[in-house]
Design a protein around this ligand. Sequence first.
Ligand SMILES: Nc1ncnc2c1ncn2[C@@H]1O[C@H](COP(=O)(O)OP(=O)(O)O)[C@@H](O)[C@H]1O
Ligand SMILES: [Mg+2]
Length: 330
Amino acid sequence: MVPDVLLEVKDLHTYFELEEGTLKAVNGLSFSIRKNRTLGIVGESGCGKSVTAQSIMRIIPRKNSRMRGEILLHHDFGAVDIAQLDEDGDQMRDLRGREIAMIFQEPMTAFSPVHTVGNQIMEALFVHGETNKRAARERTIALLDEVGIPAPERRIDDYPFQLSGGMRQRSMIAMAIILNPRLLIADEPTTALDVTIQAQILRLMKRLQRDNGMAIMFITHDLGVIANMADDVAVMYLGKIVEYGAARQIFKDPKHPYTKGLMRSIPKFGATEGAHLATIKGTVPLPLDPPDACPFASRCSEFIPGKCDLTMPEAVTVAPGHSVNCVLYE
Ligand SMILES: Nc1ncnc2c1ncn2[C@@H]1O[C@H](COP(=O)(O)OP(=O)(O)O)[C@@H](O)[C@H]1O
Ligand SMILES: [Mg+2]
């Protein structure tokens, strides 16, 4: 293990058993998240990004799902395999929030409408042992201030519906980081926001990372956002990583036809308004009993019959720390 790695996912599979067959939402993922760094996970809707996040948080409903692989959370004293923990047990409950916290696209699903934002943020402090109400309130006001909420000593008593979308998103970030987690998982946290607010939230997350020293797993379908945020990038397609490496490398020299397709769909700065953006033909299929072949074969512009549809491409290292799963590079 490299010493600066915080979370290591090894050969993770998360399957759902459906009447129609086995849906392989996450199908053999391996990646690492470095301390104090941001790993961007990018792919279109339906690629398995959220299921990856939910697997790490162990919040996948167990009824019809199966999970295997390792999710190693490293400490100075060794590693804990999150995949082996009881999802309702004390250890997992303690780990959620305190070590790994999550924010997502819609803050209204994180907040209850009938309690004030302040009480909901503070709750974690009480659950984790704080007994002094005044201290908890002061800590919460300071945190609301830190995430850029004006007049936090008044806003703390607002109900979620009284806040704007951007302010709600800031409050959800406050709720997520109140226990100083070592890893923040952000699942499309700015997708519902307009571009100005989006830029503010991204800046806020970077500042919090710098000040508090946390790692971020940033999930988005938008490679443009990744360019702004990530140190490392995993490009995901149909439950698998198809390209992986340092963000700088991937943006300078994308290899996989899927990554190149995503790249062409980023609006260029200064481009004529309404200029036509290339999109990748077709849509992400359901990974129901997928064949043992390249997941992108059915949509790839470089498809080689008899090869891409018959074999699963191995990861090929194209530069130090940059790998791609595509027969074009084998
Ligand atoms: N609870 C579930 N039961 C069955 N299938 C699911 C469930 N959650 C997600 N899926 C399926 O898993 C695949 C990946 O979904 P998801 O991780 O939400 O994609 P993304 O976040 O990349 O848009 C999709 O095909 C989706 O339909
Ligand atoms: Mg999702």
